[in-house]
Design a protein around this ligand. Structure first.
Ligand SMILES: [Zn+2]
Length: 333
């Protein structure tokens, strides 16, 4: 037999293989998520080994660690002292996220601080918007339905409050219709014309968020998030969501989760190649790797780096990962 085509010729030695690597994961691709709460010290999150709810002081330490390993950005999630129907601490001057932004920007100004902008961690019902009940009740919607437009005003307020404390990027995650437009107009009106928006444009109603809900204490007290987050079976709808956010002026796009949605990352990236894109490797993805590697069933380092590389190969320019600190360490050594 005479074989002309032999792809193995290009895999015969390590240097040659290195020369032909198509996708290179870099430390600068990583964004590290941090949970902050009032009080002091670190509270471990049992479903996410190695990840903690941090006090503002500890958050600064963790951010220093990230910065010194070359990670350019963090994304902050706050756990308020008190929850209420609309989540007042979310836009209060001394809210937990506001305190953390001010301290980080004072001590380590070069770190890019991204803030999550949503209601679910701050509301007593755990939903991403104002609910149709009590003083907000509108007869045209079912009781308990998330009211879209009244929620937009709060999202804009939260974004302005974060920008006011020095946040570099605001990242609305609530999948409310018109959230990007509302936040853009709010920021511009308050003079923050240069604060970029990273929209969670394509966010699925995923079961991979379980451990995060422990971490951020933001699980819905009843019902689910299917009236705003997307059906995992859909991809054409992802194009529509991304297109609308681009029209509304988002600076960057995000797909969440990452691992089970690599095809979605690819089509969104191909449709909007001019928009920098982030993918969020979520808590369930992290927990699965941690659990399997604790049992000795997989190699944590190799599996994590393979998955992060795959997310980048799919089209993500930035990857939000709970493994960011470890990955930075592994990539450096
Ligand atoms: Zn939310």
């Amino acid at each position: 037999m005479k074989l002309i085509n032999r792809p193995r010729r290009l895999r015969t030695n390590p240097t040659l293989r290195m020369m032909l690597t198509e996708t290179e994961l870099n430390i600068r691709d990583l964004i590290y998520p941090i949970f902050i709460r009032h009080g002091s010290g670190r509270t471990p999150i049992s479903s996410m080994p190695g990840i903690y709810q941090l006090s503002v002081k500890e958050c600064l330490r963790e951010t220093e660690k990230a910065a010194s390993s070359g990670i350019p950005a963090i994304i902050l999630f706050g756990i308020p002292a008190k929850k209420d129907p609309i989540g007042v601490e979310n836009f209060s001057e001394n809210g937990i996220v506001q305190q953390a932004i001010r301290l980080i920007k004072k001590e380590i100004p070069e770190v890019v601080v991204i803030t999550d902008v949503c209601l679910c961690e701050y509301t007593d019902h755990g939903h991403c918007g104002i609910l149709n009940r009590g003083e907000h009740f509108q007869a045209s919607f079912p009781e308990g339905f998330i009211l879209n437009d009244p929620t937009l005003d709060i999202l804009a307020k939260v974004a302005i409050s974060h920008a006011n404390c020095g946040a570099d990027i605001v990242a609305p995650s609530g999948m409310m219709d018109g959230m990007v437009a509302a936040i853009r107009s709010g920021l511009d009106g308050a003079g923050f014309i240069n604060t970029p928006i990273l929209s969670y444009a394509v966010k699925y109603a995923s079961s991979f968020y379980g451990p995060f809900r422990d971490a951020a204490e933001g699980a819905p007290k009843f019902g689910n998030r299917k009236s705003h987050q997307m059906d995992p079976a859909n991809i054409r709808e992802a194009m529509r969501e991304a297109a609308l956010d681009v029209e509304e002026g988002t600076d960057m796009l995000m797909v969440k989760p990452a691992l089970a949605y690599l095809d979605v990352i690819r089509v969104v990236k191909d449709a909007f190649p001019e928009k920098p894109m982030a993918a969020y490797s979520v808590s369930g993805e992290y927990a699965m790797i941690k659990a399997a590697s604790a049992k000795g069933w997989i190699d944590e380092k190799k599996v994590t780096l393979e998955i992060l590389t795959a997310i980048k190969r799919a089209g993500a320019d930035m990857i939000i990962s709970y493994h960011a600190l470890d990955a930075a360490d592994w990539l450096a050594n």
